[in-house]
Design a protein. Structure first.
Length: 86
């Protein structure tokens, strides 16, 4: 998951090349929100691990998406740009 700001590089020197497949943020950011909703917006491994079987099973309610979008959209776009610029 690296260079995502919450990720780590755990491969050491064993990988020196990569292919980065980039989804359109128009589709990727709402999909990311669906994942956050499915893990109940968990912030640590303990919280998230309780919801792993829920991943990719449903969509977040539209009202939740609108609230999250209005609160986090600028930050998520900045993180998207940071990731691409990396």
């Amino acid at each position: 998951q690296w260079p995502h700001y919450e990720g780590i590089w755990s491969y050491g020197a064993t990988l020196n090349q990569t292919i980065l497949v980039v989804r359109n943020p128009r589709w990727a950011i709402p999909s990311f929100h669906n994942i956050l909703s499915e893990i109940n917006y968990g912030q640590d491994v303990g919280e998230v691990s309780q919801h792993l079987n829920d991943l990719f099973t449903k969509r977040a309610p539209v009202g939740d998406w609108i609230k999250w979008r209005d609160l986090k959209f600028e930050t998520e776009i900045d993180l998207w740009a940071w990731h691409i610029d990396y």
